[in-house]
Design a protein around this ligand. Structure first.
Ligand SMILES: [Zn+2]
Length: 420
């Protein structure tokens, strides 16, 4: 039996271990203060213990001070296992924090107690991003258990605050410990992908979130002539903003979807009763913009549209950017991380993976901005942030095998199981 086959056999036996790991992580709720939580402390304590079990050569908890969190900081864990050579390190970065479950009536089970249904594990965080934590960890555990030497050094980074901006997570880590990472290291972020595991994300669009406040004049619904209905303004403006799609209509087939997107999303409540004409409406749009365009140009165009609608309906409209991030330089499609990932995916799944761009934004942007080529990859049905979020056990197993190929630097078996 080859080294890879031995390791794959161990990974194939991890079903119960995956279920237990998911149960342990899901019940340690890690919500950031912006999401009315106290941070990632419980999950970090648990994960430190799990990392220690694999006897890393280096293990450090990097504490990003945050008064709002329990213990006054947000935990970021970095563990490293050296190989017998001085070549590049393969880093896998996952995040501990989760998003709130949202409307509980849409869940069929308790979001924080996993439910297992055949190959499915259901619970908040199981996919985003515990899948990544578990597959990267178990790949290493399987290798350690078989006592086969690592082919390259392996680093696991498990960060806080990914869901609410990364200021206390990867951004903090890179500002203080950029030296952990070398330019030729292989950096993988298992926090996005497709259901085949064939998408290697190398580029992201720029992001712009805009808030529109439409102000008119509130009055009784039976006498509309005495007021100015702000909801007409909001409705008209939402439709007019759809024209941004034509004005910024370039497409690039590297990205999925290939064009920029401008979607109305959050609408704030206006009045609680039906018989009042609203005098104030607030809504937001979420823009994902191809790097061909400047974020400032989109903002200016949106302001122009708003000014026109305001004039037409005699309302006032305020446009405010609430979040913006210019796209980072893409990871080259020819970079080593893309190449070895594609080889490993071919070896494990027998499928051709290809580099692609997405709407963004993942934490990989922080690596790219720091000049470190990173690839986002995992095998996932697309359920993050949804009610009844789930992951598939078989995906965690196959992703652990792909990562094991990278840890061992061996790709010598195709999906038929034959040695090559
Ligand atoms: Zn995530």
């Amino acid at each position: 039996m080859s080294d890879l086959e031995k390791v794959f056999k161990v990974i194939d036996g991890y079903r119960d271990e995956i279920i237990q790991f998911q149960a342990d992580l899901t019940s340690r709720v890690a919500l950031g203060p912006e999401n009315e939580g106290t941070g990632e402390h419980d999950k970090a304590v648990y994960l430190m213990k799990r990392l220690e079990e694999l006897k890393p050569d280096f293990l450090k908890e990097i504490k990003a001070p945050d008064e709002r969190a329990r213990e006054g900081y947000r935990p970021n864990l970095v563990a490293k296992w050296e190989a017998g050579n001085t070549g590049s390190t393969v880093w896998v970065l996952s995040h501990m924090d989760v998003v709130p479950p949202g409307d509980l009536s849409l869940w069929d089970s308790d979001p924080y107690q996993i439910k297992v249904d055949d190959d499915k594990i259901i619970g908040r965080g199981v996919e985003d991003n515990q899948h990544g934590i578990i597959s990267s960890y178990l790949a290493l555990k399987a290798i350690k258990g078989t006592e086969i030497a690592l082919g390259r050094a392996v680093g696991l980074v498990i960060v806080a605050d990914e869901e609410t901006g990364s200021k206390y997570g990867l951004d903090y880590l890179l500002k203080r410990h950029r030296d952990f990472f070398k330019h030729d290291d292989l950096i993988i972020v298992p926090d996005g992908g497709n259901d085949q595991g064939t998408m290697i994300e190398v580029a992201e669009k720029s992001m712009l979130w805009l808030k529109f406040t439409v102000t008119g004049q509130q009055c009784h619904a039976s006498t509309p002539e005495k007021g100015k209905n702000s909801l007409y303004g909001a409705a008209k403006l939402i439709l007019e903003l759809g024209k941004l799609k034509d004005e910024f209509g370039l497409t690039d087939e590297l990205y999925s979807p290939p064009s920029s997107t401008f979607e109305p999303t959050k609408m704030e409540a206006n009045i609680p009763n039906i018989n009042t004409i609203p005098g104030r409406d607030v809504f937001h749009i979420d823009c994902r913009i191809l790097p061909d365009y400047h974020v400032d140009d989109i903002l200016a165009a949106a302001e122009q549209i708003a000014a026109r609608v305001a004039k037409e309906l005699d309302l006032s409209i305020l446009v405010e950017p609430v979040y913006r991030q210019e796209a980072a330089t893409p990871t080259p499609a020819s970079s080593p991380v893309v190449e070895v990932l594609a080889r490993a995916i071919k070896a494990v799944k027998g499928l051709e993976a290809k580099p692609m761009g997405i709407g963004g934004g993942t934490v990989a942007a922080f690596f790219r901005q720091a000049g470190l080529p990173a690839a986002v990859w995992m095998t996932m049905p697309n359920t993050p942030h949804q009610p009844n979020e789930y992951c598939l056990i078989q995906n965690i197993i196959s992703d652990a095998k792909v990562l094991a190929c990278l840890y061992l630097d061996q790709y010598g078996m195709d999906h038929t199981g034959e040695d090559k």
